[in-house]
Design a protein around this ligand. Structure first.
Ligand code: G3P
Ligand code: CA
Length: 316
């Protein structure tokens, strides 16, 4: 697709993005890092927790199906066990998506590995159920990276970083050890701008995406606010708000709708304004083709979806 974002084209280093505000280290030059930034100018299919519409989220089946469906990124949430291991898991508790109960941070890795992270899916989504999913294990980040290597790109979220003071340091170290930063294989996303700025200080070569979540200030209110106050509501956003994000991030990841009533919270103007301020716009989590097509018509730069096969049919 057409190259649109002038800021990211022809740059020699991602360190240029944030150098004015943060005291970032000098970034290593890497053709692969630049290639990643160039690739981000095209539309990106982001497999949300893997192909999690087809298989239990963040399991081998979900990631392998996402790979088979030619997703551009495997999206996953990263948290830390009680014994300091990085694991790929979305919720703060294991209750919804395993047969266990309790806060993830209170489990050791061995205890997490004993849980069944697949059977819930078969019960919740019988149309997609598969006996092979029963007994699926929670995965460590190391396991996922060792399995897919640099053949895949990863879109990693620091999830609930306030619970894990060492999360960013452990994550960046793991990515560096596996060579994923130098190979241009990873984006880090977070709802926490603090978490992203910490990552940026640790390694300025990692592209970052600031997640935002817009919702009504009060029930029935027309006024929208952002969950962590990283921006005003979409109606009030000034160019300076986007530019402040651009000091450390290459893009924003935003919801399109709020709540079961699917109230629309952003529009084409939001996308245009963010892009005019040199930010990529990735939208989560879109599973129906009609909405995917609307976002494609708005010119968004990527979509998170549980069904990368559906999205790829529209863009290929
Ligand atoms: O990371 C984009 C999207 O995944 C954010 O929402 O709750 O699914 O992590 P969540
Ligand atoms: Ca996520």
């Amino acid at each position: 697709m057409m190259i649109r974002n002038p800021r990211l084209c022809g740059m020699s280093s991602l360190a240029l993005l944030g150098g004015a505000v943060l005291s970032a280290p000098v970034a290593a030059e890497s053709d692969s890092i630049q290639q990643h930034l160039d690739d981000l100018q095209s539309f990106q299919v982001i497999a949300h927790r893997g192909a999690s519409g087809h298989a239990p989220e963040a399991t081998w089946s979900a990631f392998e199906q996402a790979e088979a469906m030619n997703a551009d990124y495997l999206e996953m949430d990263v948290q830390m066990t009680a014994d300091g291991e990085l694991v790929v898991f979305h919720d703060e508790t294991v209750d919804r998506s395993t047969d266990g109960e309790g806060k993830l941070k209170d489990f050791t890795l061995d205890e997490l590995k004993a849980l069944d992270a697949g059977s819930w899916f078969n019960e919740a989504f019988p149309d997609y159920a598969d006996d092979d999913y029963a007994g699926a294990q929670i995965l460590t980040l190391d396991e996922v990276i060792e399995r897919f290597g640099t053949d895949e790109r990863y879109y990693l979220e620091t999830k609930s970083p306030e619970l894990y003071p060492d999360l960013e340091e452990a994550l960046v170290e793991a990515l560096e050890d596996h060579g994923l930063v130098e190979s241009g294989s990873v984006i880090i996303q977070s709802f926490s701008d603090e978490s992203l700025k910490t990552v940026h200080e640790l390694n300025a070569d990692i592209p970052l995406v600031q997640l935002v979540w817009y919702y009504p200030e009060d029930e029935g209110s027309d006024t929208l606010v952002e969950w962590t106050d990283v921006t005003p509501g979409p109606g009030e956003i000034a160019d300076a708000d986007f530019q402040a994000i651009g000091e450390y991030a290459v893009g924003v990841g935003t919801n399109m709708t709020y709540g079961e009533e699917e109230r629309q919270v952003i529009d084409a103007d939001f996308v245009e304004q963010a892009q005019a301020n040199d930010l990529l716009v990735h939208v989560y989590t879109i599973n129906d083709e009609e909405t995917m097509q609307t976002l494609l018509d708005w010119g968004v730069d990527g979509i998170f979806t549980n069904f990368p096969d559906r999205l790829n049919e529209l863009v290929e």
